[in-house]
Design a protein around this ligand. Structure first.
Ligand SMILES: Cc1cc2nc3c(=O)[nH]c(=O)nc-3n(C[C@H](O)[C@H](O)[C@H](O)COP(=O)(O)OP(=O)(O)OC[C@H]3O[C@@H](n4cnc5c(N)ncnc54)[C@H](O)[C@@H]3O)c2cc1C
Length: 402
């Protein structure tokens, strides 16, 4: 697919103008900071309507096939639209699990009927998706998933529970990893992977409250829930391979996501602004040379992360360690964001203890809330420790942990 620089420039100008004109104003209530903190109907409806509007305007799923509702264009167009969403800090896309991991998975491995049924409705946010991987006793050890899926004719009967199900209260579908056979040689065999409806008898998502007071995820109970075997994706008993494929989308090691941002972007430049008005010893914090040093380090790291992301897309620049940047990206980005938020909190001195409900909180308490919520990304999708193991073993070739 050939495209000219002129076409891309024209598209960039159009996208910038559209987002500037259509960016929603202050809704009058607190918006979540990422798709993992959508906790009220009001927040959910606002974000779902916004996603639909972005899709209908042609700025989402631009590189997905046109026959399933995508734009059928080169990925470069979507990258431009997504960068514009981040630059203008427009609200994130609430159906992240659909757009970024279920959707690419279905396009990659789904049947024609599954593609026809799900892809367009993921883009338009008509169907919201969640992910049922973690269980109360098995998170990092995903291969040990125990939720039972017992075949009964052309149906499966589901029993057990999943936990930390982001968007569980609102989801129409779940990508679900379950055990369909427990008599196998290894724990990785006997797992099956389903595209399961959520709004059926026997599935009950119960909201869990977070440290910040926000909701956003559930413990999801399955009590004799019946789903047809047409919900299987991949072969029965081969769910581990499908789960591994999903994680390559979730951790952005593989491309193919529909685009859009998943959280409110945070830029080091915003912390520079904060340092201009936060006071240290009666003077603006930015006047402290040690603080300036740290701000510059954050700005340099931010630029490094951006350039690394661009470099990862050019195979010729990744010959020595192919896939290394992609495998490290979740770890480096989420840890950087957490450190930046914490630094912004510490800049505030005694005001650091003020939270979002305090009228005197600096910047409405967004940095405090951002710091707490930053753990969503250093834990969800595989903890930082697990990401370090992956980089150690698969990039650096260190011995595998037991
Ligand atoms: C905000 C949020 C949203 C989430 N959303 C979802 C969701 O939508 N769907 C879903 O399925 N899950 C979701 N999760 C769950 C998440 O994937 C798990 O919490 C995560 O994989 C860790 O599993 P665990 O909580 O069971 O911790 P454990 O696996 O019990 O780990 C506990 C600690 O031990 C460390 N550890 C474990 N094994 C190793 C090892 N081999 N080497 C080194 N350290 C190790 C971990 O890093 C961690 O610090 C979400 C989590 C959060 C915080």
């Amino acid at each position: 697919m050939s495209i000219s620089a002129g076409e891309l420039n024209e598209f960039e100008v159009e996208a910038a103008a559209w987002f500037a004109e259509n960016k929603p104003g202050d809704p009058g209530f607190l918006l979540p900071q990422s798709f993992m903190e959508v906790g009220t109907d009001q927040q959910f409806e606002f974000l779902r309507d916004w996603q639909r509007k972005v899709y209908e305007a042609g700025y989402l799923g631009l590189a997905w096939p046109a026959e399933y509702g995508g734009g059928g264009k080169h990925q470069a167009f979507q990258d431009i639209a997504t960068a514009e969403m981040a630059r203008q800090k427009v609200p994130f896309m609430t159906n992240t699990i659909g757009l970024s991991w279920a959707g690419p998975l279905i396009l990659n491995m789904g049947t024609e009927a599954q593609k026809q049924a799900y892809i367009k409705r993921i883009l338009s946010a008509e169907d919201i998706w969640c992910q049922g991987f973690s269980e109360p006793d098995n998170g990092s050890d995903l291969g040990n998933a125990q939720l039972r899926a017992v075949r009964d004719g052309d149906e499966f009967v589901l029993n057990g529970s999943k936990i930390w199900t982001s968007l569980g209260s609102y989801a129409d579908y779940m990508i679900l990893l379950a055990r369909s056979n427990s008599e196998t040689n290894t724990k990785y065999e006997g797992l099956s992977y389903f595209l399961s409806p959520m709004k059926i008898p026997g599935i009950d998502p119960v909201p869990i409250r977070k440290l910040t007071g926000e909701y956003g995820f559930t413990q999801t109970f399955f009590d004799n829930a019946r789903i047809p075997d047409s919900c299987l994706i991949g072969e029965e008993g081969k769910g581990w391979q499908v789960a591994m494929k999903t994680l390559t989308f979730e951790r952005a090691v593989s491309g193919g996501q529909a685009g859009g941002v998943h959280s409110m972007p945070v830029f080091a430049g915003e912390v520079v602004e904060l340092a201009r008005h936060a006071q240290r010893d009666g003077r603006p914090a930015i006047e402290d040379p040690l603080i300036r040093d740290q701000l510059v380090a954050f700005l340099i790291e931010e630029r490094g992360l951006e350039l690394n992301n661009q470099r990862a897309q050019i195979p010729g620049l990744n010959t020595e360690w192919p896939g290394a940047i992609a495998m490290a990206r979740k770890l480096t980005n989420s840890e950087w964001r957490q450190r930046l938020n914490l630094f912004a909190v510490t800049l505030q001195g005694a005001n650091a203890s003020r939270y979002v409900d305090d009228a005197l909180a600096i910047d409405g308490g967004r940095w405090q809330r951002g710091y707490f919520n930053s753990f969503s990304s250093t834990i969800g999708g595989g903890t930082s420790q697990i990401q370090k193991n992956i980089v150690g073993e698969r990039v650096l070739g260190l011995p595998k942990s037991a």
